[in-house]
Design a protein around this ligand. Sequence first.
Ligand SMILES: *Cc1c(COP(=O)(O)O)cnc(C)c1O
Length: 387
Amino acid sequence: MGNSLMATYNRIPIAMTKGEGSYVWGADGAKYLDFCVGIATCSLGHVPPYVKERVEKQLNMLWHCSNLYEIPIQEELADMLTANSCFDKVFFCNSGAEANEGALKLARKYGKEAKGPDCYEVVTFTQSFHGRTMATLAATGQEKIQKGFEPLMPGFRYLPYNDIDALDSVNTAKTCAVLLEVIQGEGGVNTADDQWLKAVETLCRDNGILLMVDEVQTGVGRTGSLFAYQQSGIEPDVMTLAKGLGSGFPIGALLASDKTAAVFGPGTHGSTFGGNPLACSAALATLQFMLETNIPQQAEKLGKYLAESLTGLQARYPQIQEVRGRGLLCGFVIPEQAAAVMEKARGQGVLVLMAGPDVVRILPPLTCTKEEIDHCIRVLDASLAAL
Ligand SMILES: *Cc1c(COP(=O)(O)O)cnc(C)c1O
């Protein structure tokens, strides 16, 4: 079995059959503490009862209807997102890459209308990750993601991340947008400096350039605030979401200010499944639960605890070079040994993942307990000791 699948993934030999809270079970009955939750996706843990109830209700009412019709639950979800962010308008889609595609289309159209036909360049950053579609892999500042798919879509420029001086080289007449991750998840858990973010914002404001944040991984409570940009004092024009938005149900979102969203009139963009009632029910319940029970604040506290615990490990294992991240998007740098640590932890029933070749990335459910973090640290400790 399995020979019919394309070999796009190097799969880990666990077939998960059940999930509950912070735990998953393999087909052989083995139980794992899941501190990757589908790559920052099941942020309320597996099968969260509150979300399940709302999706079950929707399952009995209506699964799908076209965006050619009014969809009240989609409007309600959009209102909730705009009420809790600096954005005014929302477009729903199905994934992170699709949300970023929408952002890139929006940026080009905005640039053309605001500054003319030659204003189409989007500035992104080295070690970024924005998706696997043709436009988003071109936006991604990593050669390994782009290799083999040339010619790449034109119109991107890559600058070094966190480098204020490099911003001087931006061609302000030609540039319609800057797209960045507040914390680069896939690229190694690299956190943006607030000062750099401010400098990017100033560059954008002074030159009519859109500031777009890809919060596909950092968004929806993960970093200790509902959205990661909110901790940096910047006010982006555009934001994309996906991973944590639907507790595992596929849904993505593109958010924009009124002024920016105005270029997306009827017929400019669309998606058949985007924001269908079933997906919106999952996202609405996820957000409601998060806001009502202060999950982002909890993630902040637990994140501090996890980072402190990892720093404790670092003191004992000098091969750990750095502890990185914010909230429950956490990682530590351990060159050459990250994969081995991940494997040893898995052998002891704890799932963590990597971010690039040298970083162990830890993405617990935001609903996890201190005891579960302690358990993860004990297993990492044993894994490090066994190297
Ligand atoms: C995962 C990710 C994407 C791509 O999302 P998909 O849903 O896999 O298309 C884009 N940007 C960031 C920052 C991501 O972490």
